[in-house]
Design a protein around this ligand. Structure first.
Ligand SMILES: Cc1cc2nc3c(=O)[nH]c(=O)nc-3n(C[C@H](O)[C@H](O)[C@H](O)COP(=O)(O)OP(=O)(O)OC[C@H]3O[C@@H](n4cnc5c(N)ncnc54)[C@H](O)[C@@H]3O)c2cc1C
Length: 463
């Protein structure tokens, strides 16, 4: 519980540091900063807008002194309630710290503030012939800081990996206000514990990221895009592992089931036939000659497979429409029902057919609209369970479905979250995957960094 007198003193102290125009307690603003892409909301008491590491540090020192909770926030596109200030207190809006400080093309690194929008960084480095690979579907609005805190991934992860593979150094403000540096601006560095990796995926619970050193790659000169559709769900999901084992090395291997296709089909230039049960987007990039050879291998593989319609998308507009459609699946789900539970379990990719079959079974048995889509290449399947929160019976059936999806994923050797993190919505299920000893170590780490539990309290661990 927050002591109201301490809260007032803390807000006054912070106003003196940032200036009154960078602190708000206005009710409309508090509502705007009370939610993310999950189903949970909670009003903060104040929102603060720092502009520098030094200001973040001074704010944290005051919050720590007064024992007021602080929740760092990027764009608020998280799917697990990570930015929801469940204990009240202060939301620290980091989106305004959005400078690309440096792009060192010779050494293929970038130094950025956490509020830089991921897609903006990609465009900026792209102009120099470079690439920042992590490409969450939310890339046109999510921030690098939020990506680091969630270890975001995207379609290109199948070839290029996820956010943790591209962040080599961090500047972080701890809950006490201390500023620490982790990592280096070199490709290799083995100097003490790897604190960079510890902060990546820590969901804003250990420190506030104020600067990031990111690795860049040369932009591949050539890419080919294919759409494979089939009237068999099992055959389509089964093909994923065979493509990956055939030496084709796709840079994208995305999957959509029939419901996902249906809700975005009107956005595609050439939607697949209505009999389609599932579809894969396969992209291959690299030097032109290498791509040609891998495309030939893909065609050879498909010649041995039964019943796939293959579309080679060559027109830029057609490819852009296809990606707009893919990225729109999550919001387009609301065409089906007013609310949803979005899960992002991951399984070893050879087990995807079993996971997807279970989703079909649960949907029929529990009479729920459930759809699956996502990054099949790395076994990360988004499962959306559609519901109406005004229907308590449907809510209850959806909760059963969610738990059963988790049990199935873990039973298949998988994990509760491939990229959205635990946040609030998965915290009650953490013990399904993490044993008591492991959780105890995680809690000790949290306590070491945040002894007064003021930084993003209530997240990750079951309450
Ligand atoms: C339509 C849609 C599609 C999506 N597709 C993908 C996808 O393909 N892949 C994927 O991985 N995710 C996806 N997401 C989820 C989301 O976009 C990512 O989790 C993203 O990384 C969140 O970034 P953000 O800036 O919005 O962070 P926020 O939602 O603001 O915050 C997320 C977490 O990061 C913490 N945080 C934010 N900034 C900082 C900071 N500077 N220091 C410390 N902690 C911080 C917050 O406290 C919170 O716990 C999608 C979301 C939507 C709505």
């Amino acid at each position: 519980m927050i002591n109201p007198a301490s809260l007032s003193r803390c807000i006054a102290d912070i106003s003196a540091i940032l200036g009154d125009d960078r602190v708000t307690t206005n009710t409309e603003d508090r509502h705007c900063y009370s939610y993310d892409g999950s189903n949970v909301t909670h009003l903060p008491d104040a929102i603060v807008f720092p502009q520098s590491t030094e200001q973040v540090s001074r704010v944290m020192e005051r919050a720590s002194h007064h024992r007021i909770p602080v929740v760092p926030r990027g764009a608020g596109s998280g799917m697990t309630g990570g930015i929801v200030p469940v204990a009240g207190g202060i939301v620290m809006a980091m989106a305004g710290m959005n400078k690309i400080i440096e792009i060192d093309a010779d050494n293929q690194i970038g130094i950025v503030e956490p509020g830089v929008v991921t897609g903006d960084l990609q465009k900026a480095v792209g102009r120099l012939g470079l690439m920042y690979p992590p490409d969450p579907a939310s890339l046109s609005y999510c921030t690098i800081g939020g990506n680091a805190a969630e270890c975001a991934g995207g379609p290109s992860a199948v070839k290029y990996g996820v956010t943790k593979d591209y962040i080599i150094g961090l500047e972080v403000v701890l809950p006490s206000g201390s500023i620490i540096n982790a990592g280096a601006r070199t490709e290799k560095s083995v100097v003490g514990y790897d604190l960079t990796r510890l902060f990546i995926g820590s969901e804003g619970t250990l420190g506030i990221i104020t600067k990031l050193i990111v690795r860049l790659l040369p932009l591949p000169p050539h890419k080919e895009t294919f759409l494979l559709s089939s009237s068999s769900l099992a055959r389509t999901t089964g093909l994923v592992a065979r493509i990956l084992n055939a030496g084709i090395s796709p840079c994208t291997l995305e999957y959509m089931d029939k419901t996902a296709i249906r809700i975005v089909a009107d956005m595609m230039s050439s939607p697949p036939p209505s009999t389609t049960q599932a579809m894969l987007i396969v992209e291959i990039d690299g030097e032109k000659s290498v791509v040609r050879e891998r495309v030939a291998r893909l065609r050879e593989l498909l010649a041995q497979e039964d019943g796939f319609a293959v579309t080679h998308a060559v027109n830029r507009e057609e490819i852009d429409h296809l990606w707009q459609a893919r990225r729109a699946i999550s919001p387009a789900c609301f065409k089906l029902k007013p609310h949803k539970i979005s899960e992002d379990v991951a399984v070893p990719r050879s087990r995807i057919p079993e996971l997807v079959a279970e989703i079909e079974t649960l949907s029929a048995e529990l009479d729920l609209i459930m759809l699956s889509f996502g990054h099949a290449g790395d076994g990360n399947i988004h499962v959306n369970i559609m519901l109406d929160r005004d229907d308590p019976d449907e809510m209850q059936r959806a909760a059963v479905a969610k738990k059963k999806v988790f049990e199935k994923a873990i039973g298949l050797g998988g994990t509760l979250s491939g990229e959205h993190g635990i946040g609030l919505s998965k915290a009650p299920y953490l013990a399904m995957e993490v044993n008591a000893e492991t959780m105890a170590v995680m809690k000790q780490i949290k306590k070491l960094f945040d002894p007064h539990n003021i930084l993003n309290p209530g997240k990750i661990f079951p309450q």
